[in-house]
Write a protein that binds this ligand. Structure first.
Ligand code: SF4
Length: 169
C-alpha cells in the first residue's frame, strides 16, 4: 500500500482514502500559503548560548523577520524551517531526531554557529556527538562563534528561498 508524504494511505480503505484525496486536492493551495509564510522553530542544543542570543535578536522587532512572512513558533509540527544552534550532545540527539521527524515536509534546516557546524570549542568533549549534519540533512550553514545577527539574517533569507524552491518542486 502506498502512502503519500503525509502518511495517508493511497490505496487504503474508507477514512484513509478520503484523507488522501482531500490532501491531494488541498496540497497546492496549502503549499502556496506555506511558501508565503514559512514558520520557524528555533532550538538551542547547548553550547554557551551565544548563538541562541544572536538568533533571538533577528526574531526581535529590531531586525523584524516577520516582514518576510517568517513567524517564530514553538511546535515542530507547525514549523517549516528548523533553526538549530549549539553543540549536539549525546543527550539531546534523540530529541533532535524526533523533532526533525515531526516537522512536515518540505522543510529546511539551518545550522547556526561553529558548535552546530563543526562541534566548535567542544570538539574534543566526550559527550558531543555532532556536527549537526551527521544527525540530519542541513540546508543552510551560518558560521561564526557566534555569527552576527546580520549573518544569521542573511542565512534566514537563504533558508526562506530554499524553502520556496522545495515547495514549488
Ligand atoms: S558557536 Fe560559539 S557562541 Fe555559538 S554556542 Fe558555540 S561557543 Fe557559543
Amino acid at each position: 500500500m502506498d502512502n503519500n508524504r503525509h502518511g495517508y494511505a493511497d490505496n487504503g480503505s474508507g477514512a484513509d482514502m478520503v484523507k488522501g484525496t482531500l490532501y491531494r486536492i488541498l496540497e497546492k493551495p496549502l503549499n502556496y500559503a506555506r511558501r508565503k509564510s514559512p514558520w520557524i522553530l528555533h532550538l538551542d542544543t547547548g553550547g554557551c548560548n551565544g548563538c541562541a542570543i544572536e538568533t533571538f535578536a533577528i526574531l526581535s522587532p529590531r531586525y523584524d523577520m516577520e516582514r518576510f512572512g517568517a513567524l517564530s513558533k514553538g511546535n515542530p509540527r507547525h514549523a517549516d524551517i528548523l533553526v538549530i544552534s549549539g553543540a549536539v550532545s549525546r543527550k539531546i540527539k534523540p530529541m533532535l531526531k524526533r523533532i526533525y521527524e515531526q516537522t512536515p515536509e518540505p522543510k529546511v534546516v539551518m545550522a547556526i554557529g561553529s558548535c552546530a557546524i563543526t562541534k566548535g570549542v567542544f570538539h574534543d568533549s566526550y559527550n558531543i556527538v555532532g556536527p549537526l549534519d551527521r544527525i540530519m540533512p542541513v540546508d543552510v550553514y551560518v558560521p561564526g562563534c557566534p555569527p552576527k545577527p546580520e549573518a544569521i539574517f542573511d542565512g534566514m533569507l537563504r533558508a526562506i528561498e530554499k524553502f520556496r524552491e522545495k515547495v514549488e518542486k
